[in-house]
Write a protein that binds this ligand. Structure first.
Ligand SMILES: [Fe+2]
Ligand SMILES: [Fe+2]
Length: 134
């Protein structure tokens, strides 16, 4: 089993929009809790709970972020929503593929490890001017 890198929110990922930054920090924390549960070989139930929380937090964050973009009349909303939908679909696929929460958690962490930083730095940052005005 390969070691999964730590999930740590770093200041370069700040958008300056408080509600968003707070969720991004909590999102990293949820993934880090899951990573630690897997790395420590914690019980199935602990991993299952951490996995469910991380996945539901992802969905909640996407919903809140999309609502904020819509409220601000952000022109890139449809494109951004599609990126969220793509990731949500991949998460749903992984959950459906693995009956075992431990294997599923590994795959989710591997997927999110590459995705989360790239998405915040590359896509979330683009809406900042539009949202900061509102
Ligand atoms: Fe986003
Ligand atoms: Fe985000």
């Amino acid at each position: 089993m390969q070691a999964l890198p730590e999930f740590r929110f770093t200041s370069d990922l700040r958008t300056g929009i408080q509600a968003i930054d707070r969720q991004h920090v909590e999102w990293f924390q949820a993934l880090e809790t899951l990573r630690k549960a897997v790395a420590a070989g914690r019980g199935e139930r602990t991993v299952a709970q951490a996995l469910a929380f991380a996945v539901s937090y992802t969905q909640r964050h996407f919903g809140d972020e999309e609502a904020a973009m819509a409220k601000a009349g952000y022109a890139g909303l449809a494109e951004h929503r599609a990126l969220h939908a793509q990731l949500a679909a991949r998460l749903a696929e992984l959950t459906a593929q693995h009956g075992n929460d431990f294997d599923c958690a590994q795959e989710v962490l591997t997927l999110m490890g590459g995705w989360i930083r790239e998405h915040i730095a590359g896509s979330d940052k683009l809406y900042v001017p539009a949202l900061a005005k509102g």
